[in-house]
Design a protein around this ligand. Structure first.
Ligand code: PLP
Ligand code: COI
Length: 356
């Protein structure tokens, strides 16, 4: 793929105080753009100065939400190298999302090349502190100027990047999660397994309600029986019950197949540590909490990394997990995963990819 690069003549100051970065608040000097037109395919791959996109008020995405996105990070190692974590998995997932919406594929190698090219152009923006990274947000939307829902003939693919710190204000301190029993996020046959903007729109109300009650996010129940726990607003969920790491199975297609989740399961299996992917009912969880067998709970995701859950609530019951402190397995997984990502420990699984 040929990428035309036009550099900004007006660079912004790079944030110096990394402790105030927050998550996804500041953006770099450049962005990647590419267009798709029927009969032509993807064309005009380019890196241009970061700035507003011009969009017609009748554009499909503004009315019918035909939009999908990805999330990955670039990490700076102590030796000054910049590396990505399993970017090909994001490329594959984006194409699985695209297929669900009848959107055209992006060749996996082009996706990874575009990410690398943009991170390289803005490499000075990759923060230095351990725990900070350059969050990469590729997204792609239907841009047909037409209010009738006919076949879409024009799409736009964009990548923006943001120097970021921790996703939750709590950092590695445990978060409070409540099981949502009113709204549902996804149903079988729906779009739960995709990373589409609409899934997050449908989650907003429950998330706001939970925040109003002092919780960080909700843990969704399945949309059919409303019995089995699925995932949290911005991360997958894992529990340690009776010494075994268990996580909801993604077989029904209503849960986002997280790359962090997949990596943790692969790592646990490689180390011979017991783990299970299966249905977990809210009742099973609460019973394990009541009887002290729920040893740990943690969310996992690109933005969230490993986020220990210190409080779990369902209806009128509220339980503190592991005394509200991070558990041994959660801490070990956090250290291992971040160690690999920031190049502090050997990448024995072959997951990291240098930008150059
Ligand atoms: N589930 C949801 C709803 C998410 O938004 C995310 C974040 O991307 C995840 C799970 C975790 O996925 P990953 O580990 O690929 O970031
Ligand atoms: C990510 O972890 O990359 C996500 O997309 C979650 C998002 C809600 C910040």
């Amino acid at each position: 793929m040929e990428i035309k690069v036009t550099k900004t003549t007006n660079p912004k100051p790079i944030p110096q105080d990394e402790s105030t970065l927050g998550f996804g608040l500041k953006f770099t000097d450049h962005m990647f753009l590419m267009d798709w037109d029927e009969g032509i395919g993807w064309h005009d791959a380019r890196i241009v100065p970061y700035g507003p996109l011009e969009i017609d008020p009748a554009s499909t995405v503004l009315h019918y939400a035909l939009e999908i996105f990805e999330g990955l990070k670039a990490y700076r190692t102590a030796e000054g190298k910049i590396q990505l974590f399993r970017p090909i998995e994001n490329a594959r997932r984006m194409n699985r999302s695209a297929a669900r919406f009848s959107m055209p594929d992006i060749p996996e190698e082009d996706f990874v090349e575009a990410v690398k090219a943009l991170v390289d152009v803005d490499s000075a923006w990759v923060p230095y502190g351990f725990g900070t990274s350059l969050y990469i947000r590729p997204f792609y939307f239907a841009d047909q100027v037409d209010l009738a829902l006919h076949k879409v003939k024009h799409y736009r693919f964009v990548i923006i990047v943001s120097p970021s710190g921790s996703y939750y204000a709590e950092g590695l301190n445990p978060v409070k999660i409540m099981i949502e029993d009113e709204d549902v996020r996804a149903v079988r046959g729906g779009t739960g397994f995709t990373k589409c903007g609409g899934n997050y729109a449908a989650s907003q109300r429950a998330g706001d309600r939970a925040m109003g009650k002092g919780y960080s996010q909700v843990l969704w129940l399945d949309g059919v029986e409303r019995k089995y726990v699925e995932e949290v607003g911005a991360m997958n969920i894992m529990f340690k019950i009776d010494g075994v790491v268990v996580t909801p199975s993604i077989a029904e297609g209503s849960i986002l197949p997280g790359i962090t989740r997949k990596s943790i399961l692969e790592y646990l299996r490689a180390k011979g540590i017991p783990c299970e992917e299966r249905k977990i009912s809210a009742e099973e969880l609460m019973e394990a909490a009541r009887t002290g067998r729920l040893e740990e709970a943690f969310g996992c995701g690109t933005a969230a990394v490993i986020s220990p859950v210190g409080t779990l609530a369902f209806k009128d019951e509220v339980y503190e997990i592991n005394g509200g402190k991070i558990g041994e397995t959660s801490q070990w997984l956090y250290d291992t995963l971040t160690g690999i990502q920031w190049g502090k420990i050997e990448d024995e699984m072959g997951w990291v990819v240098p930008v150059k």
